[in-house]
Write a protein that binds this ligand. Sequence first.
Ligand code: CTP
Length: 433
Amino acid sequence: MTSVVLGVSAGIAVYKSCELLRLFTESGHDVRVVPTRDALRFVGEPTWAALSGNPVTTEVWESVHEVPHVRIGQSADLVVVAPATADVLARAAHGMANDLLTNTLLTARCPVVFAPAMHTEMWEHPATRANVATLRERGAIVIEPAVGRLTGADTGPGRLPDPAEIFEVCRRVLAGRRDDLAGRHVVVSAGGTREAIDPVRFIGNRSSGLQGYALARTAVARGAEVTLVAANVTLPDPAGAKVVRVESARQLRDAVLAAAEHADAVVMAAAVADFRPVRQSETKIKKSSAEPDPIHLVKNPDILAELGETRRARREAYAAGDAPAHDAPAGRGRDAGNGSDAAREAGAGGPRPRVIVGFAAETDDVLANGRAKLERKGCDLLVVNQVGENLAFGTPDNAAVVLTAEGGSVEIPRGPKEDLADVVWDLVAQRLA
Ligand code: CTP
């Protein structure tokens, strides 16, 4: 049985950690809760003891014969501190050992995950930034807090992410798969665009964003820096991803292309409207006794095709020796003499994004349509879904075939969208390696 230490420090979000604890115990983990003294002001010892089935103490002076200040950390497979206050991050970063939790952090040799929660000012303070940087340098995983409503009337970054999000990061850390996207920046688009007809109506589609969010969550868990461009998604922010919210196809295009300039991989999981009304009425279109006016449509930009085309042009440019430095492979930019070292380094390995992944939802001739789409849009991988049989839109499960630019294919059997996401990232990581 895996042994997990759940550290809780004194933030109002402590109540959410009861749910996190349940997620661990219900999936068969043995959990030892180690609160700080002040954390017990929010949720008391009996709650933690009853939910974990283990004794709970904050001090090193209880059950001394069992040497808890050393044993708990040494025997853990994972330590997760949620919520992690500014104070606990500071004490951990400075190696202090003034309660059982900080002793445990010093003696743990297993992966350590911090899920910070605090007011925005505290999170953004240079002291906290430095402490977080120190902890990350030492190999700890510090999840970015979610953005949203804080304790008072204020909103901003600092919210404890959803317990299910924290659990997912921990589950993946325990599975030992957290590092193969470390140092990579990936962009994922999710959801479905809306094209306004008037201020209250739009042309939209059925995409829920579940697959894109699963891709973002799994990429974070595998160590990537993730920009998630979300079109009209109502799901909670995936812990650790930078979320950019958009509505229309043109807004999605701008956000994806901007982020793609610095990205190693772009995964276009969003369902993008192919057309938009030529004209958007500034006022609500009223029902009249006359026949309604037809809505004339115009084509939207094809973002995936544009990404592929831009990269193709850049490849040709530096094959011809006149690439901009930030796109040049290692060594080429210097010859061109027109860019900084950092830019040249960023370009090592070819034009960005190095890997472009598309999605295609098809109803018939699935593979043939998919293969033609991959070539037409110039992507490296295309995830082809068959729509129907309760698959794809709005369901937690998915099944797909991933086509590769070299003509290969990988079948992904029906299963959770996270599993499909992992196969996609396996293929992306292979191409980046
Ligand atoms: N896509 C895009 N921009 C668009 C339309 C689609 O970037 N304007 C992307 C989607 O995000 C997806 C892929 O292209 O990754 C395929 O989308 P799909 O709707 O299946 O393809 P279409 O180009 O619309 O082809 P068709 O409607 O002919 O099937």
